[in-house]
Design a protein around this ligand. Sequence first.
Ligand code: ADP
Ligand code: MG
Length: 315
Amino acid sequence: LSKLVVAALGGNAILPKGARGTPGEQWATARRAAEALIPILREGARLVVTHGNGPQVGYLLEAMESLPPEVPRQTLDLAVAMTQGWIGFILQHSIERAARRAGLSVEAASLVSRTVVKRGDPAFSSPSKPVGRFYSRREAEELARERGWTMAPDPRGGYRRVVPSPRPLRVLEARLIAGLARDLGLVVVGVGGGGVPVDESLDPVEAVVDKDLASYVLARDIGATHFIILTDVPGVALDYGTPRQKWLRELPADEALRLVEDGVFPPGSMGPKVEAAARFVLETGGYAAIGSLEEAYEVYSGRAGTRITPPNTTP
Ligand code: ADP
Ligand code: MG
């Protein structure tokens, strides 16, 4: 049975923290990300790549706000779809080129992907995910009135638009992604930014789905054997950022979920990664690990990162 790997890439795969965001920076960064994935392909494993889009969707929303007033604004679902094309293209192209340099013949595809969420998800009554630029209080009140946006004060000062972050139920393109990856052997880039959210009647909704949770749902539904979450830290730490910080090599899935429920990991960063990896392990028995993108192969093969292991069974 051949391996099917879902690799979820963080924002650092295209744009490291602090980068300005020039096209040159993005190509250079994506090249390094692609090169980190090559050893997995060299082994003959099938590969599906998912990715975040936070900085890119923020860029598009800000760009729209700076257009003359008579130019129509596009909605958030369209902005997410645009970032899937943008980042999908860069990753697809970078992976093919890195493979070619490594002497492998690899074809890559990128797909605009949609993620189904529940209209009744409690997230819709408490939007929490900030998107786009910062506004003054007056501007915020105006936008709330004119566009029906939910505006919330940001801890860094000013106001931002907040949108719901509902739970992903399934990825509409799962069968397509599985067919391209498993049957045709293509590297598939999909579920960018967690996918464009649509409700059960397939109406697009203005929300943002967490990319790690959406990647877990995809990995589960396509029968992935491996689910690796690649980010900008070497793994999961306890007491992160404190003098007692301790990097974990292993974390049993049941314990991981308990820690997530106890709020040990921040909901906007490490929390969903640990939850996604733990649910994948509990529901499929597959291999899951969290670690740094540069060490993709080591994370995949258990030599680096934090592996989320099957629950401890009491003897
Ligand atoms: P990505 O773009 O890859 O999704 P995030 O910024 O969402 O990246 O999540 C990775 C970040 O999570 C790290 O840069 C780190 O600062 C933060 N983090 C918070 N808690 C922890 C923890 N317990 N262990 C490791 N990293 C943590
Ligand atoms: Mg993240």
